[in-house]
Design a binder for this molecule. Structure first.
Ligand SMILES: Nc1ncnc2c1ncn2[C@@H]1O[C@H](COP(=O)(O)OP(=O)(O)OP(=O)(O)O)[C@@H](O)[C@H]1O
Ligand SMILES: O=P(O)(O)OC[C@H]1O[C@](O)(CO)[C@@H](O)[C@@H]1O
Ligand SMILES: [Mg+2]
Length: 357
């Protein structure tokens, strides 16, 4: 039977979303003869009347899409359907309106490409609609539970690594400590991976409690050994987990990069500069790895709908695409394992994580 499935992208954008949309539309048409409808602006588009949706003809989706960052369908990380911010400042449950908008599209299935927050919201939103839902994990933060990889992470790590490659020569030329603040929301995945790949001297992540005095001692030791510059990577959330018992525990929840550069300069006497990488990590062309993930996840998501499955998420595990119940994904977050391979590797390379000298 010919089916009509929908796809939407939700949460912060990242590289690889367009490649995912294209893979879904191609698989649906050429694998099953189905039509794919792209829903615009994530959940927000479901409040428009008519609902913002466009039929996707896969043969008209240029292959160049696989290379483009962002999402041509648009996305949102604002406007919780269950507590929607209203102009007068109040919050309103608008999930019923969204479900009504979705039902009007007469879909036989929906694929939602999102991070932990979006997948949770979409799962709850779709439950009363009875529309079969399959989730595809994407987020530069790589913090979605039960998948080793989310679309967009590889690209963000590549961008952060390239930033370190660029900070190294300028830092060395001016004999400075260069601090790079990277994204990751509450997790340090981008920081630890880019820190290793970009040969940083210090990596600070929220999962490993760190102390300014340990970082200062490490930089002092490097300088005593003849090094004139240093590279420091700090995850945006690293300030929140500094030990409250320590005198230097005032690392702020926001702006930890600037704070750290000022403190390091004062304590070591070296000049320091901070770079906040920000949304540059999200907006890049996807790496080959992210394009592959997008393709394999997109195809598998359609196949799951064809198999009559629902309430599941495609996932990457042990070098394979698998699917897991969404119930085992939502409400959890996958942070960096502080005893895991990357942390051990960083330590073995002499990278200071701020917890021991
Ligand atoms: N579809 C959505 N509608 C409204 N708010 C959303 C939506 N998706 C996420 N949010 C909100 O955006 C914020 C970011 O959440 P979260 O990090 O969990 O997003 P995500 O979907 O995981 O995507 P990403 O982490 O890549 O931005 C949270 O406050 C969450 O409630
Ligand atoms: O685009 P916004 O709303 O500034 O959100 C930024 C956040 O989104 C992410 O880029 C992805 O979740 C986080 O790393 C970051 O904290
Ligand atoms: Mg998230």
């Amino acid at each position: 039977m010919t089916k009509r499935i929908g796809i939407l992208t939700s949460g912060g954008d990242c590289a690889g979303l367009n490649a995912t949309i294209r893979a879904v539309a191609l698989r649906a048409r050429h694998g099953y003869g189905w039509t794919t409808v792209g829903l615009r602006s994530g959940t927000l588009g479901l409040l428009e009347r008519p609902v913002e949706a466009v039929e996707l003809d896969p043969d008209r989706l240029d292959a160049a899409l696989a290379r483009q960052g962002g999402t041509f369908l648009g996305s949102t990380n604002r406007g919780d359907p269950f507590a929607f911010p209203m102009p007068d400042g109040s919050k309103k449950d608008r999930s019923g309106e969204m479900v009504a908008g979705l039902k009007g599209l007469a879909l036989d299935g929906l694929i939602g490409v999102g991070g932990d927050g979006s997948l949770d919201i979409l799962r709850r939103l779709l439950a009363p609609s009875k529309v079969p839902f399959i989730g595809v994990p994407k987020t530069i933060d790589n913090d979605v539970a039960n998948t080793e990889r989310a679309i967009g992470y590889s690209t963000a790590v590549a961008v952060a690594t390239e930033a370190l490659d660029r900070l190294h020569p300028t830092g060395a030329s001016h004999e400075r400590v260069m601090v790079l603040e990277v994204m990751g929301r509450d997790a340090g995945h981008i920081a630890i991976a880019a820190g290793i790949a970009g040969a940083a001297d210090v990596v600070l992540i929220p999962e490993v409690p760190w102390h300014l005095k340990v970082v200062v001692a490490h930089i002092d030791a490097l300088r005593a050994a003849g090094r004139t510059s240093a590279l420091v990577v700090v995850a945006e959330a690293a300030g929140q987990s500094d030990d409250p018992a320590e005198p230097d525990s005032d690392a702020p929840a926001h702006g930890v990069g600037d704070w750290l550069a000022r403190r390091l300069s004062k304590a070591t006497g070296a000049e320091a500069r901070a770079t906040v990488l920000g949304h540059v990590q999200r907006g890049a062309m996807p790496t080959a790895e992210d394009r592959l993930l997008a393709a394999t996840f997109g195809v598998r998501a359609v196949d799951l709908l064809a198999e009559g499955k629902a309430d599941r998420m495609v996932a990457w595990w042990n070098r394979q695409v698998i699917d897991v119940p969404l119930a085992k994904v939502v409400g959890r977050s996958r942070t960096v394992d502080k005893d895991g391979a990357l942390v051990r590797t960083a330590r073995a390379l002499g990278i200071c994580l701020g917890d021991k000298a």
